[in-house]
Design a protein. Sequence first.
Length: 220
Amino acid sequence: RQSAVIAPSILSADFARLGEEVNNVLAAGADWVHFDVMDNHYVPNLTIGPLVCEALRKHGVTAPIDVHLMVKPVDRIVPDFAKAGATYISFHPEASEHIDRTIQLIRSHGCKPGLVFNPATPLNYLDHVLDQLDLVLIMSVNPGFGGQSFIPGALDKLRRVRELIDRSGRDIRLEIDGGVKPENIGEIGAAGADTFVAGSAIFAKPDYAEVIDSMRAALG
Ligand code: DX5
Ligand code: ZN
């Protein structure tokens, strides 16, 4: 198994001090920056776009930026995020007319493609594309908002995707997003996740390092 990646979701950060928040959470031991893009169309909320990603890069952020697109359509925003410095770009299959084309588009712009599964989205979207992906993201909440509770059905999905990834023999990260906290991360890791998004669990606490340390301790 690959070593655990902690990817704080900046959705729960203080947007008025975003550069500082991102530097602080990385200094506290985070590995990646999870960057939630919502369009008030595919999901009922509106957040940040490529300009903010670029601003973080200009602010000196060198850590991987894990862009989670909750937008429809997907394709026309991909080149902008690549130019803005995204590392991973993940999208929801329901939001793309041509899933294979979108994956190739992300790759051709030099980014790492990921596919995202909502709580009710079936895993068979992976059947013909798993070998082209660098990341599979399992949603453990319905997308749109931070601070929701973990939907336990995600654990079974993680176990099934873990098996598919192991069988593929490829280097594909298995990420979980929604309601992750120190109290449940052990069980989530045991189900097969190796990449953990956490928004409110980290940014609602005064000491980010303490939360991140307790997450790593729970993962063993
Ligand atoms: C939800 C977003 C998540 C969210 C996670 O649509 O994709 O990344 O910010 O927040 P928490 O960890 O608070 O559930
Ligand atoms: Zn997310």
